[in-house]
Design a protein around this ligand. Structure first.
Ligand code: MN
Length: 710
């Protein structure tokens, strides 16, 4: 059985003793934490993290990745907290473990196959540290190797997820050794019979061809030696899934696929690659059109190599790949090759940070691509994968939505549907209620709670980030303002018509038609809207209408008389504003002032600001509070009171007990004994306020209490 000491020996090849010691410590911690837990195979659970660490050791990953591998199931399976891990092993390791755990929690169900690509992106977006992905890939690889006793349907589900997500991610990152093994293991789990048949056929074909292989290999090697070129010739095997795919997609019989001999030649430098190509083409005739120069034009994940196909004896095709040792490492390990290379050097590789390394990798790709002069599109792809600007979240049905970084719940709601945004009142993130302004993170599941008739809030514009949400909110608010302005306009106009003993409902259609022409409006609604917004005067319009109705001969002197107040219900939000100067409360005598473009502003009738408007009486309206108002209104109080400790807490408690809220509290110390407290409260109305003032009066040593206006 493979033990921690075996691993430590192996690590001795590339890590310093103190780092190996830390890896061992992580192992013992995991052993303790998983104590008593067993794998399905019956082995102690800790064999799994140990095996995962070993996979990473083969890739020469750094000690923090290895420690994270040891601990990767500890948070998820044993209830040890991230904080505890940070205290034991430092924050970077705890972050890695946490990242891997988060990836473990999301599972990709078959139904979402169409979204596999988004899912891959989400996985990448969730891993701010690329090492998280590499540890996760190793974890998945070991789980795939030990699928063994699982139920067939469960095996298939995991295999499909592996194929659609993790093998693809490994491919994107160029980690081909892991990709190929994941693909073959998945293939075996999904199609056990087919893979077994191909495996056996490959084995027997290989037996038959052994001597031919050896013959070609030695003649290739000989020709290199003759030219004094450094190079190692290796026989190459196709992996099971790629054979199967060729048979299925290209409808080729097995024999034809296996009729190809594959070789790889590893050499020192790029110049040698091309010289070897020349030698090889001299030895066997090349098949026209099959030469590919992936050194000059690398593949998207950075793969570089020369590919050519030759005519062997009796026309048997021979495929040859020629590349440098460095290209070989890149082809096998991709992004992880950067750890492989750093390892031997004395500079501490961790100090650079894993993202710096990932960036270096991307930069390397970019460099290659620049030489190749090819389109930069693929680099954009890779860059976005590694450093995504977008976040990916789930709908309750498991669909994935892509949103820009910084997007909030409201942005999500509008991206699902405009109506959902407009009617959104609350939200659950991962089943917990959360504020609508919460910024989202990749991997979260969102559920929007809507209420019919709910409306967007002006304040949403302060935090939404997507253009779609922004314009939808503006549109809805505009619409709402219009509707409210029309309603208010109708009331104002009817009020203005009352002295003429008529109303909108009683006027004739023909009156409107003619009046609209004179007033230059297109419809009753646009007229009412203009009235509600204060852009037109109700009494002027009323007189005009009455004039028209009476053939222009109505007696001017019997104008506005017995005033009838307009009722405020408090819900006219967009066209009815409460003046900030005097903070009117339900119960206060109030006067409305119609101001251009803003609609009605409600003042207390004693407000000083009204006095300067008194010379414009056409814009002033008597108002009355509706009985049904159930909203909170702000009110400012100034209280003189004896200074003492705990005064603020005392006042706060008193206000809360009276079912009111404190909006703001400020204390001016007037002298050692007397303070002035400026208190802004929200209350239901005048009666409510009176009750609160009475309570404040009951406090010891209270002086003057003033309700502020201006
Ligand atoms: Mn695991």
């Amino acid at each position: 059985m493979f033990t921690i000491d075996d691993l430590a020996d192996r690590l001795g090849g590339y890590l310093p003793p103190d780092e190996i010691q830390q890896v061992k410590r992580a192992f013992y911690y995991a052993e303790q934490a998983h104590d008593g837990q067993r794998r399905r195979s019956g082995e102690p659970y800790v064999t799994h993290p140990l095996a995962v660490a070993n996979i990473l050791a083969n890739m020469h990953m750094d000690h923090q990745s290895l420690m994270a591998a040891m601990l990767h199931d500890v948070i998820e399976d044993t209830g040890v907290s991230k904080k505890a891990l940070a205290a034991q092993f430092g924050k970077p390791v705890a972050e890695l473990v946490d990242g891997v755990s988060k990836l473990t929690q999301i599972t990709f169900e078959d139904k979402a196959v169409a979204q596999a690509e988004n899912f891959q992106k989400m996985v990448l977006a969730m891993s701010r540290d690329i090492r998280v992905i590499i540890v996760k890939l190793a974890d998945r690889l070991h789980n795939m190797r030990t699928l063994g006793a699982l139920r067939p349907d469960k095996k298939r589900r995991i295999a499909r997820e592996t194929l659609e997500i993790y093998a693809r991610i490994a491919g994107r990152l160029g980690i081909n050794t892991i990709r190929i093994e994941l693909e073959d293991l998945s293939f075996q789990a999904i199609h056990p019979m087919r893979s077994e048949r191909i495996k056996r056929a490959v084995a027997s074909a290989r037996g038959n061809r052994r001597s031919a292989m050896r013959e070609i290999q030695s003649s290739l090697q000989q020709s290199l030696d003759d030219e004094a070129l450094q190079g190692t010739v290796i026989g190459r095997q196709k992996h099971l899934l790629s054979i199967y795919k060729k048979m299925r997609d290209q409808r080729k019989p097995f024999a034809e696929i296996m009729d190809v001999f594959g070789f790889r030649i590893i050499t020192e430098d790029v110049a040698s690659c091309y010289r070897i190509l020349g030698v090889v083409h001299n030895l066997y005739k090349p098949v026209p059109g099959r030469f590919k120069d992936y050194i000059a034009i690398p593949k998207a994940n950075g793969y570089q190599s020369l590919h050519t196909t030759l005519f062997g004896q009796r026309g048997m095709p021979i495929e040859v790949q020629i590349r440098t040792r460095e290209m070989e490492a890149m082809a096998n390990n991709g992004i992880a090759a950067h750890w492989l290379y750093k390892a031997g050097q004395t500079t501490h590789p961790i100090a650079e940070g894993s993202h710096a390394r990932a960036r270096a990798w991307v930069k390397g790709l970019l460099e290659m691509q620049r030489h190749a002069g090819d389109s930069l599109e693929f680099i954009e792809h890779v860059k976005n994968d590694l450093f995504p600007d977008d976040i990916y979240v789930f709908t309750p049905k498991g669909d994935i939505m892509e949103l820009p970084q910084g997007a909030t719940v409201i942005d999500f709601a509008y991206s699902v549907h405009t109506d959902i945004g407009n009617n959104c009142i609350a939200c659950r993130i991962d089943r917990h209620l959360a504020p609508l302004s919460t910024r989202l993170e990749s991997g979260q599941t969102l559920e929007i709670i809507t209420a019919p008739g709910a409306r967007p809030n002006l304040a949403w514009l302060n935090f939404v980030t997507t253009a779609k949400a922004r314009s939808a909110i503006r549109h809805a608010l505009k619409h709402q303002q219009q509707a409210e302005a029309i309603m208010l306009g109708r009331r104002l106009l009817n009020k203005a018509l009352t002295p003429f003993e008529t109303s909108l409902e009683e006027l004739d259609e023909s009156v409107f038609t003619q009046a609209f022409k004179e007033l230059d409006v297109s419809s009753l609604d646009s007229l009412l809207e203009a009235l509600g917004l204060g852009n037109r005067m109700a009494h002027v319009v009323a007189r005009r209408l009455v004039d028209v109705a009476h053939g222009g001969s109505f007696d001017q002197t019997s104008g506005p008389g017995g005033e009838k107040a307009v009722l405020i219900s408090g819900s006219e939000g967009m066209v009815l504003n409460f003046a900030r100067c005097c903070h009117p409360l339900p119960g206060d005598p109030v006067v409305g002032h119609l101001s251009v473009g803003k609609g009605m502003v409600v003042h207390r009738s004693e407000c000083k600001n009204l006095i300067e408007r008194k010379n414009d009486p056409d814009k002033l309206f008597a108002l009355e509070w509706s009985e049904t108002i159930d909203e909170d209104f702000p009110v400012a109080l100034r209280i003189e009171i004896e200074s003492r400790r705990g005064l603020v807490a005392e006042l706060a408690g008193l206000v809360t007990d009276a079912d009111a809220n404190i909006e703001r509290i400020g204390i001016e110390e007037r002298d050692a004994h007397l303070s002035t407290v400026n208190l802004t409260l929200s209350v239901k109305g005048r009666v409510h306020l009176a009750r609160i003032i009475k309570r404040i009066r009951n406090l010891p040593n209270v002086g003057k209490i003033t309700r502020m206006a201006n």
